[in-house]
Write a protein that binds this ligand. Structure first.
Ligand SMILES: [Zn+2]
Length: 254
C-alpha cells in the first residue's frame, strides 16, 4: 500500500481510517452530560438526537454569531467568520457539517470543503470519543480545535511519500506540527471567550493519548509530541492568570 503524506484528515490525535458513517437510531437516554460525574458516557447508549443537541449547544456557545441547525444525520453550522489562508480571506462565511462516525479509536478530524463538488467542510467525531470526554469543556476543546483547522485551511495536497525527498517530507511534517499547535492555541482562546474550563484542554489531550493504543504504537509523523502540545497550551493559558501552573518553560521554535 502506498504511504501518503496528507493532511486531508487532521485528527485531534491522529487521522484515523474513515469508517462508514451511520447513525443508529436508539432508544432515548438521558442527556449525555448528565452521567459525567459517574462513569463518563457509554457510547452504545448515545442516540443521534443526544449528540446532536450536545454539539449544537456547544457550537452556539463557542460561536455566538453562527447559525446552527440540526438535521437527520448531522449538525450544520454557518459561521460568519472568514476562512483564512496565509492571512488572506478565502471566504467570508464558512459552512461546516458535524457528524458522528463509527470507529475503534476515540478521535475527531476535519475534512476540507470542496466547493466545486458542492461539499462543505466537515468535522467527524468518532463515537468512542464520547466515552473519553468527561464534560462539555473537553468536547468544546476537541470541536474548536477541528474548526480551527478548517478556518485556517490546514489541508495540503496528497502526495505519495515516495514522490517526495526527505527534506520535503520534513518540511511537510513541520508544517503539520505547527498547524496542530496553532489549532490548540485557537481552541483554548475560543474556550476562554466562551467561559469554558480551559484546563480541560490539557486533561482531554492527556486522556486521549493514554487511551489510544494506536497512538502509542504509531509514529507521530504529523503531530508534535504530546508534551510539546501540553506545554504550548499551558503558555496560552498563561496569557491570563491561571493558578496551578509553574512558570512556562521554554518552548519550541516558531
Ligand atoms: Zn489537529
Amino acid at each position: 500500500m502506498k504511504k501518503t503524506f496528507s493532511a486531508r484528515f487532521l485528527g485531534i490525535l491522529l487521522g484515523t481510517a474513515l469508517a462508514a458513517a451511520s447513525d443508529r437510531a436508539q432508544a432515548a437516554t438521558p442527556p449525555i452530560f448528565s452521567a459525567i460525574t459517574r462513569s463518563g458516557f457509554s457510547h452504545n447508549d448515545l442516540a443521534p438526537h443526544e449528540w446532536k443537541r450536545t454539539v449544537s449547544n456547544l457550537l452556539q456557545r463557542l460561536f455566538p454569531g453562527a447559525l446552527v441547525r440540526e438535521s437527520a444525520e448531522m449538525v450544520t453550522m454557518h459561521l460568519w467568520e472568514p476562512m483564512l489562508k496565509n492571512g488572506k480571506i478565502l471566504s467570508p462565511v464558512q459552512t461546516i457539517e458535524f457528524s458522528v462516525i463509527e470507529d475503534l479509536n476515540a478521535n475527531a478530524f476535519a475534512l476540507a470543503a470542496h466547493p466545486e463538488e458542492g461539499l462543505a467542510a466537515q468535522v467527524k467525531i468518532t463515537r468512542p470519543l464520547f466515552d473519553v470526554v468527561q464534560n462539555e469543556s473537553e468536547l468544546a476543546f476537541v470541536i474548536s480545535h477541528e474548526v480551527s483547522h478548517i478556518r485556517h485551511d490546514h489541508f495540503s495536497v496528497q502526495f505519495p511519500a515516495s514522490m517526495l525527498t526527505s527534506s520535503q517530507r520534513d518540511r511537510i511534517t513541520r508544517t503539520h506540527q505547527r498547524w496542530e499547535l496553532t489549532a490548540d492555541e485557537e481552541a483554548v482562546a475560543r474556550m476562554r471567550g466562551s467561559n469554558f474550563d480551559q484546563l480541560s484542554s490539557l486533561e482531554i489531550l492527556d486522556r486521549l493519548s493514554e487511551r489510544s493504543a494506536f497512538l502509542k504504537t504509531s509514529c507521530l509523523h504529523n503531530h508534535p509530541a504530546l508534551e510539546e502540545r501540553l506545554e504550548n497550551i499551558k503558555t496560552s493559558l498563561l496569557d491570563q492568570p491561571v493558578f496551578g501552573f509553574e512558570t512556562a518553560p521554554a518552548l519550541h521554535d516558531r
